[in-house]
Design a binder for this molecule. Sequence first.
Ligand SMILES: NC(=O)C1=CN([C@@H]2O[C@H](COP(=O)(O)OP(=O)(O)OC[C@H]3O[C@@H](n4cnc5c(N)ncnc54)[C@H](OP(=O)(O)O)[C@@H]3O)[C@@H](O)[C@H]2O)C=CC1
Ligand SMILES: CC[C@](O)(C(C)=O)C(=O)O
Ligand SMILES: [Mg+2]
Ligand SMILES: [Mg+2]
Length: 337
Amino acid sequence: MSVEVYYDDDADLGLIQAKKVAVIGYGSQGHAHALSLRDSGVDVVIGLPEGSKSRAKAEEQGLRVLTPAEASAEADVIMVLAPDTAQRKIYAESIAPNLSAGKALFFGHGFNIRYGLIKPPAEVDVAMVAPKGPGHLVRRQYTDGKGVPCLVAVEQDATGDAFALALSYAKGIGGTRAGAIRTTFTEETETDLFGEQAVLCGGAAALVQTGFEVLTEAGYAPEVAYFECLHELKLIVDLMYEGGIARMRYSVSDTAEYGDLSRGPRVIDSRVKEEMRKILGEIQSGEFAREWVAEDEAGRPNYNKWRAEGAAHPIEETGRKLRGMMSWVDRPITETA
Ligand SMILES: NC(=O)C1=CN([C@@H]2O[C@H](COP(=O)(O)OP(=O)(O)OC[C@H]3O[C@@H](n4cnc5c(N)ncnc54)[C@H](OP(=O)(O)O)[C@@H]3O)[C@@H](O)[C@H]2O)C=CC1
Ligand SMILES: CC[C@](O)(C(C)=O)C(=O)O
Ligand SMILES: [Mg+2]
Ligand SMILES: [Mg+2]
């Protein structure tokens, strides 16, 4: 099935420049959207609760900060970039009372719409602009004159202009420089959750940690294991990013390539593929969403425990020491760029 991909020339920046945009949340995605929209000539206001620690960061950047309800009341377009688990309550308390016909409700990820946690009224546009990359790099790429690809979707088109407006927003954050693909909330939500769980975050982190453990438990130096399994992964993935797996294979030795071809499928074998299918099934059935919402409501006991265990993994200490010797590697993450 072919998809529609839209670039800068397909999008009219004037549409979003003619609107007032409220960005609810000023974290990884919120700061990137708000600052890049502002740099693209859009009138932006930030919505954050009184007492939010993000308020000072947004104000330092010269952005106007109101409560989520005040910002929603002022805006024509409300982009929800608070944590997925917080969105339902924010919507009910602060956004819904301030929605009226002709306004647009935007999301950076489809979770709350896909799983029916938020049900907007029919007279508002509901759309999504979901960058396919971490927010801090969305902002970094924008300021470098590049862009992170976006998925754009429309769930409700009350005005008839929802897609053009979403595409215009995507242009404002640099998304159409790289390409914006038109999709649905369902496709974005399910593929995004699958990607982050099985490949990008869960799969990659487990692969790196397990490789590090196998080497260090066999008596090799942690520093050698770190360079081999984590540091060099970035350099290998850079080649894949630039020219596909084929370019990586062109650059590595033929010894590495033979090891890749003969051993890779033994690591990521049919059992792993079957587990990936199970994970996708849990996403499609809503089981993962129910589990995550319940975990959040219970105060995140497993999330906090697993997070602490990850932070205490020996690879982190080894990495801190080695990165300290490479000043160009440890680029601090800020919400200011
Ligand atoms: N992280 C990413 O790169 C990506 C995220 N997304 C999606 O973007 C959305 C935002 O995620 P992300 O940027 O990671 O979120 P973060 O956790 O980085 O930031 C959340 C922001 O929301 C604020 N916030 C918390 N509670 C409320 C509230 N009740 N009302 C208003 N603001 C609140 C936080 O403020 P405080 O400082 O007070 O906590 C913070 O500024 C999610 O839907 C996510 O799935 C999509 C693509 C990639
Ligand atoms: C890969 C994780 C992500 O989906 C993202 C940065 O795209 C997220 O939810 O943060
Ligand atoms: Mg993602
Ligand atoms: Mg995600």
